[in-house]
Design a protein around this ligand. Structure first.
Ligand code: ZN
Length: 246
């Protein structure tokens, strides 16, 4: 159930029985020379839609902008600050709560650590100020059961996982391949010239990617996300979350 495609009447009827929502999040960010810039939000949105087919939930329109640090200087990356991300995610969460959502999953396709920290901060603020149950989930954290399937260790960006998903979901948007690569950022020191430490924009190995692998990865992600939503709903029932109090 996609919120932006529902009418006022449909939404009012649906929220009587369904009070779980997913907010898909991503980034507008380089994904190597072969994948589309919007892949992270597209991935989270596709996963949310596939999940809604097997577990009743309302899917909010995705946010295509996130906090991008390592890829900030690559062509096509347009990031927003942590302040903006926290503010917009909090505002959307508050709005969904006021509209009858009791369980909210912030589902991010962008795995940047600083980006995820901002989502956790926004989620914590929602816990403090509303009765929402909140989960912050990065798509990479749903892949525990895909370890056998994924050949490249440490694959995280524009590599085996994302290329496989893109080959499965949007084959027309995959422009060839890219060589295996990992960045060389120093462990502690922050760097100004990020491009010289990560010229290719690939973090992993697109080589072993396939559409069939993408299909299986999506299936595994859906199963894991359903478990997260069920956990949120169990917590909401246990806590007997009251109506909007803000
Ligand atoms: Zn990505």
């Amino acid at each position: 159930m996609l919120i932006h495609e529902m009418t006022m009447t449909e939404f009012a009827e649906k929220r009587v029985t369904v009070s779980t929502g997913i907010l898909p999040l991503g980034s507008l960010e380089e994904h190597g020379p072969h994948l589309p810039l919007g892949l992270d939000a597209m991935h989270a949105y596709a996963l949310a839609q596939a999940t809604a087919l097997v577990h009743p939930c309302l899917v909010a329109p995705p946010l295509f902008y996130g906090l991008c640090r390592s890829s900030a200087q690559h062509a096509g990356t347009v990031g927003i600050s942590g302040d903006s991300l926290r503010a917009v995610v909090y505002d959307i969460g508050l709005g969904l709560w006021r509209q009858g959502i009791h369980c909210l999953c912030l589902l991010t396709g962008h795995a940047g650590g600083t980006h995820q920290s901002s989502l956790v901060e926004a989620g914590e603020r929602l816990l403090e100020t509303t009765g929402l149950e909140v989960a912050v989930v990065c798509v990479l954290d749903l892949l525990d059961d895909a370890r056998q399937l994924i050949e490249c260790k440490g694959d995280s960006h524009a590599g085996e996982v994302e290329t496989s998903l893109a080959l499965h979901l949007w084959p027309e948007l995959v422009k060839g391949g890219a060589p295996r690569a990992f960045p060389t950022f120093p462990r502690f020191r922050l760097v100004r010239d990020k491009l010289s430490h990560w010229p290719s924009g690939v973090w992993g190995d697109p080589g072993p990617a396939s559409a069939e692998k993408g299909r299986k990865i999506l299936e595994i992600e859906v199963k894991a996300l359903v478990a997260v939503l069920a956990g949120l709903e169990e917590q909401a029932r246990a806590g007997a979350t009251p109506g909007p109090s803000v």
